[in-house]
Design a protein around this ligand. Structure first.
Ligand code: NDP
Ligand code: GDR
Length: 358
């Protein structure tokens, strides 16, 4: 390991945000350490390009450690070994719908996991040295209380995921107040990218658009088409995480675009990217998305994707982040959709070529 570089420890390094943040911090000259879970199959696809074999390259500043948010002892060991300047707690069971099926595990990883990490910092006497970022979420707002949502909007969680994240939000605030830890909550609204997990609605849509366009899939089944989200680009959002930890005071910030769009709109615009124009017919579970040119039904509603309690409308007000951190989103909604559809088209075309060459 190296001498005087700043050191960052990222939990959830193998996820979408972990990958973007690791790349961002390496470019900033950090030594980056990530916590990765042991898995029976490879789970490092998003960060493989950052890894250098230490046997072949002595300029490696990227290190992975096996760990899990449900295991305090290993979190203490990793924090002690790394002695980080900054910790970004991104690890979580992050799927809202899945949290209804695995509520206890979600509470353990997303709620108690944060407590374990904060306790590791405290037990090791690092509260005055470390700066801590907690991946809080717009899901905290849940049932609409105010539009747009800001740092002062009351919370009303609507899922086991959001309830676990609420616990982490307040635990982070408490460690800031009780132990003088430089700890910040980034209340991030939905952010997406070409490496977004494949079961989140945006990526599910852009993958299906590519698969339908190239003849690998006939139809796309979705849940609530009316849900509205404030969707930004993950690459822009990881910069906001870093800026929070460089600010003079530890505070909580909303990170959002200030625009909201429905799932229906995201779907329609994604199909438009590949030249397919969608016409909507029917209502509720009978709503259909039809290809205007061919009359084929491309989109159907499947109630299995409905949630027991839904978050209907999210739209954030990022004014505080703009004013204090100088942060603003750079990528527009259209650019985000374009990049996701383009990447999924490329991936499917590679698959097509490989199948033909067999
Ligand atoms: P992902 O689901 O892509 O990544 C989650 C990461 O957490 C993965 O690296 C995963 O590992 C890891 N992880 C899950 N459970 C554990 C565990 N028990 N121990 C250790 N690691 C674990 O999420 P995103 O990158 O999209 O989100 C990052 C964080 O930000 C999450 O906490 C999420 O809840 C939060 N958030 C995300 C938003 C978004 O729109 N993307 C918005 C607001 C907040 P593995 O690869 O092995 O599964
Ligand atoms: P969300 O993201 O729940 O906002 O959480 P997701 O993409 O899963 O859902 C967004 C909205 O789309 C509706 N929806 C569907 N969702 C999925 N996954 N699959 C479908 O087929 C489908 N059809 C409609 C959902 O009902 C919902 O209203 C994400 C995660 O990244 C969290 O970790 C993060 O905290 C929040 O964003 C901010």
């Amino acid at each position: 390991m190296t001498g005087n570089k700043r050191k960052a420890l990222i939990t959830g390094i193998t996820g979408q945000d972990g990958a973007y943040l690791a790349e961002f911090l390496l470019q900033k000259g950090y030594e980056v350490h990530g916590v990765k879970r042991r898995s029976s199959s490879f789970n490092t696809e998003r960060i493989d390009h950052l890894y250098r074999d230490p046997h072949e390259d002595d300029t490696n500043f990227f290190f992975l450690h096996y760990g899990d948010m449900t295991d305090s002892t290993n979190l203490i060991r990793i924090v002690q070994e790394v002695q980080p300047d900054e910790i970004y707690n991104l690890a979580a069971q992050s799927h809202v719908h899945v949290s209804f099926d695995t509520p206890e595990y979600t509470a353990n990883a997303d709620g108690l996991g944060t407590l374990r990490l904060l306790e590791a910092i405290r037990i090791l006497g690092l509260s005055e040295k470390v700066r801590f970022y907690q991946a809080s979420t717009s899901e905290l707002y849940g049932k609409v209380q105010e539009i747009p949502q800001s740092e002062t909007t009351p919370f009303y969680p609507r899922s086991p995921y959001a309830a676990a994240k609420l616990y982490s939000y307040w635990t982070t605030v408490n460690y800031r107040e009780a132990y003088n830890l430089f700890a910040c909550n980034g209340i991030l609204f939905n952010h997406e990218s070409p490496v977004r997990g494949e079961t989140f609605v945006t990526r599910k849509i852009t993958r299906a658009v590519a698969a339908i366009k190239c003849g690998f899939q006939d139809q796309l089944y979705l849940g609530n088409l009316n849900a509205k989200r404030d969707w930004g680009f993950a690459g822009d959002y990881v910069e906001a995480m870093w800026r929070m930890l460089q600010y003079s005071e530890p505070e909580d910030f909303v990170i959002a675009t200030g625009e909201t769009h429905s799932v229906r709109e995201f779907t329609e615009l994604s199909f438009q990217e590949v030249g397919i124009s969608i016409e909507w017919q029917g209502e509720g579970i009978n709503e259909l998305g039809i290809d205007r040119a061919t009359g084929k039904v491309l989109i159907r509603v499947d109630p299995k994707y409905f949630r027991p309690t839904e978050v209907d409308l999210l739209i954030g007000n990022p004014a505080k982040a703009k004013k204090l951190l100088g942060w603003e989103p750079k990528t527009t909604f259209h650019e985000l959709i374009q990049s996701m559809v383009r990447e999924d088209m490329l991936k499917i075309q590679i698959k097509e070529r490989m199948m033909r060459s067999r």
